[in-house]
Structures are given as C-alpha cells and as structure tokens.
Ligand binder design. Structure first.
Ligand SMILES: *Cc1c(COP(=O)(O)O)cnc(C)c1O
Length: 365
C-alpha cells in the first residue's frame, strides 16, 4: 500500500484518448505498417513541408546547445506574417500547451469555464486539472449556441473556450455570432478562440485585428503547426493576445518549451506557401468527395469546414474496429458522447477512396 496522497482532482480527471498509431494497428491486426492508413488525427496527408524538413536537418548538428528560450526569429517571422508584435505571441508545445498555460495563469478551484457540448477534449481536461468547474452549454444541431454560451457566463467564469471551426463537429461559428460573443462576454472572462483549422477556411473571420488594435484585452487566439502545416510530430502551437496577458502566460511556461528543431522547422514552414496551397486544395477536394459519397450512401453527416468529417455509422466502436481490420484507422467518438459517430480525417484522394470502399464493405452498402 502506498501512502502517497495524490491531488484529489486526479480521481475524476478525464483522459485524452489519441488516434491510434499506424504501427500499433499493424501489430494488432497482423498487417504491414505500409498497408495501414491513418485518417484519425486530422494530420496533413501530404506530410511536412520539404522546406521545413531541410531546415530541421540543418539544425541537428547544434543539438548540444540549448534552444533560444525566447524563439526570437520564429516569433519575429510569425508576428510579421500575422501583422502583430512579438510581444503579442506565446509559443507552446502544441496549442494544447497554450490551453494549459491558460489554466495555470487563470484557474483556481471554484472558478468556472464555459464550453459548448461536443467541444475539443482538452478543455474539460485542463479545467478539471485545476479544480475548476466545467459549464457545458448544449449545442444546437451540432453548432455552438453562442447566445446560450454568453448567458452561461457568471462572475465566477474565468475562461470561455470556442473552437472555430470546431473539432470534432467541423461546424463554423458565423462572423456575426463571433462579433456578438466578443462584444457581450464581460471583460473579466478570457475568450479563448481556438483556430486550429482556420487556415482551411476560404473566408475566415478576422479575430487578430482586435489584438492588433489592442481592442480586446480578454481575447486569446490559438493556432497550431499540427494541422495545415503538417508538423504535428514537432509539437508547436501559439497564442496571440494582448501583451499584458502574454507576459502572464510567459511566466508559467518552462524556459525552453520550444525545442531547436521545432523553431527551425516552423520558421521554414511559414515560408512555404506552395505546400500550404497544395494542402488546402487537397482538403477542398477531399471534403467534396466525402460529402458527396456519404450523401450517396444515405449516411447522416455534419457538413465540415475543417479537414475531417463527422458521420453517423450507427455503432461507432464496431465500425471503427472493422475499418481498422481493413487497415483504415479512424476515430470513434464515444469519448465525445457520440457513440454512434465516427470522425474521418481527409486524406489523399487514394486514401479517401480506400476509406469509402472499406466503409461500404463494413456497412454492407
Ligand atoms: C488539433 C487541435 C489542436 C492542436 O493541438 P496541438 O497541441 O497544437 O497539436 C487544438 N485545438 C483543436 C480544436 C484541435 O482539433
């Protein structure tokens, strides 16, 4: 028997269930890793930018040195691209770490955090980690109910999280609703706008201009190199916010949280507009393909604005397992209280076609 007394929050802390790695699925089902495709974690099917790869190889010989603790060059380039100042930026090991920084900087037991039903799994985890209370606002037909989220704010609310587009639903909150949210949520509440998929949108709502103008001191815009930039394995994300809030988040991070390879890779990836354009075009094509194919099959799905699609297959766990036996990894949605549903990430045209063929076989259509 151990007499170690754990943090009591751990007993009820939700656990993040990631997409299954290709090697694990290959092992479990006796398949060759090269015959398994992963459409489970919204990764870039075209891989990382070749320019990023070259830049990263170049820094390997200097790995005996600590990285630049302030990521000077990366922050400067990112600030230039976004039209903000380096003082507006906080970098994290994935944007997941920015979410955790918000917890460190803002949350204590008794505080409240407002989210929408079907929100990204990391918000409830970080909320519970700091002993705060999660206030989940029912969605309306998979869309975040913005007026209801505004009404859910109390004097104890510290953070309101909204992903736009949202994962796992792929739904988009409109420009008008965002304006209303930013205008009506009281200034003591940090509005954490998670824009992990914003680069896939053709006409995104511009939240950064408010940061640029210093007009919204309670706004944090979060983005990542994990999705359109194809660098999920590197672990790099960032938050854009007023300098006051940025300095608070800078205080709670580890001194060298962004490694040297990540700094070099991201810096080069920001210059590769061709890779970005190719990825966007592949995604547009893939979304159209899935939307059309699923409609033809008569399957219920949520029209997506991101790089994945959420569909109702009746029994998500069964279909997930059957697809996996056929070498196609998808994401079951029971942990999002959607046991009938499956989330499929957009792949290359060949991967998408293989996934749909396997799905038709499994569902007998
Ligand atoms: C993928 C994703 C992220 C990014 O996670 P990283 O830690 O940057 O890899 C953040 N928010 C949402 C909603 C996501 O789907």
């Amino acid at each position: 028997m151990s007499s170690v007394v754990l943090n009591p929050h751990l007993a009820t802390l939700p656990v993040y269930v990631p997409g299954k790695p290709i090697e694990e699925v290959a092992r479990e089902h006796g398949l060759k890793p090269s015959d398994v495709i992963k459409l489970a974690s919204n990764e870039n099917p075209l891989g990382p930018s070749p320019k990023a790869l070259a830049a990263m190889e170049h820094v390997l010989r200097n790995l005996h040195l600590y990285p630049d603790g302030n990521s000077f060059y990366l922050k400067r380039k990112l600030a230039e691209k976004l039209g903000v100042e380096p003082a507006n930026l906080v970098l994290g090991s994935g944007s997941n770490e920015i979410i955790e920084f918000l917890g460190h900087a803002l949350l204590a037991p008794g505080d409240e955090v407002v989210v929408s039903q079907h929100c990204f799994a990391v918000y409830p985890i970080v909320t519970a980690l700091f002993g705060a209370k999660l206030v989940t606002v029912p969605a309306q037909g998979f869309h975040a109910d913005i007026p209801a989220m505004i009404r859910a704010v109390t004097p104890r609310t510290k953070i309101l999280f909204l992903a736009n587009p949202n994962n796992p639903t792929g739904t988009l909150t409109s420009r008008d609703e965002i304006s209303r949210l930013l205008a009506e949520v009281p200034p003591h509440v940090v509005i954490a706008m998670d824009e992990a998929y914003v680069e896939f949108l053709e006409d995104p709502t511009d939240c950064l201009s408010l940061v640029r103008l210093g007009a919204q001191p309670n706004l944090v815009v979060m983005r990542t190199f994990s999705k359109i930039f194809g660098l999920a394995g590197l672990r790099l994300g960032y938050g854009v916010m007023a300098p006051m809030l940025a300095s608070a988040l800078e205080k709670v991070r580890q001194p060298f949280n962004i490694n040297a390879i990540a700094q070099a890779g991201a810096l080069a990836a920001l210059e590769d507009s061709e890779h970005l354009a190719n990825t966007r075009a592949n995604n547009r094509l893939g979304l159209d393909y899935f939307h059309t194919a699923l409609a033809q099959m008569g399957l219920e799905f949520v029209p997506s604005h991101a790089n994945f699609v959420l569909l109702n297959v009746g029994d998500g766990a069964r279909v997930f397992t059957e697809l996996q036996k056929r070498g196609v990894i998808t994401r079951p949605m029971a942990s999002y209280s959607l046991p009938e549903w499956l989330r499929i990430s957009i792949g290359t045209p060949a991967e998408n076609a293989r996934c749909m063929a396997a799905l038709r076989e499994v569902l007998g259509r």
